[in-house]
Ligand binder design. Sequence first.
Ligand SMILES: Cc1cc2nc3c(=O)[nH]c(=O)nc-3n(C[C@H](O)[C@H](O)[C@H](O)COP(=O)(O)O)c2cc1C
Length: 164
Amino acid sequence: MVSVLVIYDSKTGNTEKAAFLIAEGVSSVKGVNCVVKKVDKTDLDDLLGADGIMIGSPTYYGGMSAKVKDLIDRSVVIHGKLEGKVGAAFTTSGGTATGAETTLLSIVKAMLIHGMIIKGNPRDKHYGLAVVEAPESEEDKKLCREFGRSFADLTLKISRIPSQ
Ligand SMILES: Cc1cc2nc3c(=O)[nH]c(=O)nc-3n(C[C@H](O)[C@H](O)[C@H](O)COP(=O)(O)O)c2cc1C
């Protein structure tokens, strides 16, 4: 079974809602097990045990929250061991063009430094998933589920490639 870990921080619940909708999409893919964890309950073994890691943060001044940054900084002791895992970022923000993309990129940058393979999107929300406030509309809910599903598909594909 391939495993996807959905990590999130959330103070007022918006990013948490996105995380659980994304997890629905991940779980809809056969052969993929999904675990959702709050960032402050996530330890380094959780990261090591996952084939795919999705990290969500509220947009705080155009970047990730301090709790998400803390996890990333703590991960320096396993630097090199996340290489080849699949990664993606998601965020919720107060508006559009108010820092969501830079938040996504702040997370994606750290994943790239870890040597992870990043899931982009050629159609919409290119750098990861971004929702304004809570994903309440049917359109936003669909976007979240679809993001999770396509991430799980890629993780499954990558994880099944045998190493040489
Ligand atoms: C400290 C702080 C900084 C924020 N900075 C931004 C910002 O730069 N751009 C933005 O669009 N929203 C900003 N917001 C709004 C949050 O990103 C938004 O309400 C988000 O959905 C909250 O997520 P949560 O409900 O998961 O905590 C900020 C909120 C807080 C509390």
